[in-house]
Design a protein. Sequence first.
Length: 56
Amino acid sequence: MHLTLGPRGNALAEHLRLAERDPAHLPLALTALNSLAGLDLRHTVASYGAINRPRT
């Protein structure tokens, strides 16, 4: 998140980090994700898609 969003993604990154150990943080991470500005959300989803694209 930090490389794509800088400090605008701090809340999302922190909640995702915490959710790795405690799933109760997932709703907070989702709220933080949904709170991103449109272009930030698009960049985040595109980065995730590129990282998880099936290799052929």
